[in-house]
Design a binder for this molecule. Structure first.
Ligand code: BTN
Length: 323
């Protein structure tokens, strides 16, 4: 552990108290000047630390950045916490970076996180608004031994995990819109973009990209999405710690993913159906401009099965409106 990490640990252990520079320097076995330097580095990373020549140091608030150390501390040494976390102040898109790394062979569980995306991508060729510090923009590299037909399941699991993380940590009653939008009062709060590299019969790697609007103020959204997008801040009137929400999402996703590898998607599908509440509803789906209407009879491996006057449509992807 570096001196900076050790200092942070000590400050966190004494979150509500002052610790003198002298005592820190003794405990860490370095000079007081070294403590001062590392405290300055932590402040630069966004930790709110008071310092006083008489009283020493006092950690008031942890950093609001999505720092790998903070995420790892919450996850432990498991699937995501145990692999490298690539952290960037700015990227074009975390999904593209994840693809580059995956094609170079990084292991399953590798995470790519950015504070800001300049070319954030959404589903169906749309862009994803990704201003610095307000949202979560992250991609995970997965290498499940599955057939390409099972990919939708992995994405549905991400939608369930995102919804459950928001339900656990906020007072919000979010729901899923097929296939994997997370909505609050019919406005989009989070979305998932899955990209794959696959042979005919086996997946090489999968990139699951998640975008969540956490502390985005309403005025910041561009006019074209102002009425259809929302954030946790807008809905609750208070800011939330992004690192807590991302870590919770990753913990839940990991739990489902391990379960999926053992027992398949069925146990998770029940939860997805509860959160999506779409089976039995009459809907219209727009698939690249072509519109299909019908009653949803089932979701099978992530595919929407629609019945209309005796005809069955199997829909892989599209924009749903409940009629
Ligand atoms: C959607 O359109 O609903 C999907 C949005 C996915 C956005 C995330 S943000 C992190 C990752 N990188 C991207 O460029 N897109 C995904």
């Amino acid at each position: 552990m570096t001196i900076k990490e050790q200092l942070l640990l000590h400050l966190k252990d004494n979150m509500d108290a002052w610790i003198s520079g002298e005592s820190l320097s003794q405990q860490l076995g370095v000079s007081r000047a070294a403590i001062w330097k590392q405290a300055r580095n932590l402040k630069e990373e966004g930790y709110i630390i008071q310092s006083s020549p008489k009283k020493g140091y006092h950690l008031c608030e942890i950093s609001d950045l999505l720092l790998p150390g903070e995420i790892r501390e919450r996850l432990g040494n498991n699937l995501f916490g145990g692999q490298q976390i690539y952290y960037y102040k700015e990227l074009e898109t975390t999904n593209l970076k994840a693809k580059e790394l995956a094609s170079q062979g990084v292991p399953e569980g590798t995470l790519i996180i950015a504070e800001k995306q300049t070319k954030g991508r959404g589903r169906r060729g749309r862009s994803w608004f990704s201003p610095a510090g307000y949202g979560i923009y992250a991609s995970m590299v997965l290498r499940p031994s599955i057939a390409p037909t099972e990919i939708s399941s992995i994405t549905l699991m991400a939608a369930v995990s995102a919804a459950e993380a928001l339900i656990a940590l906020t007072p919000l009653n979010v729901r899923i819109k097929w296939p994997n939008d997370i909505l609050l009062n019919d406005k989009k709060i989070a979305g998932i973009l899955t990209e794959i590299s696959s042979d005919m019969d086996i997946v090489d790697y999968l990139i699951i990209g998640i975008g969540m609007n956490i502390n985005t103020p309403k005025d910041l959204f561009p006019p074209e999405i102002k009425e259809t997008a929302t954030s946790i801040l807008i809905e609750t009137n208070r800011p939330f710690q992004r690192v807590e929400i991302l870590s919770e999402f990753l913990k839940i996703y990991e739990h489902y993913y391990i379960n999926f590898k053992k027992s398949g998607i069925e146990p998770i599908m029940g939860r997805w159906k509860e959160l999506a509440n779409i089976v039995g509803k009459r809907i219209e789906v727009d698939v690249m401009g072509q519109k299909y209407r019908g009653d949803v009879v089932e979701i099978e491996n992530g595919i929407l099965i629609l019945k209309d006057h005796g005809r069955t449509h199997r829909i892989f992807s599209g924009d749903v409106t409940i009629l």
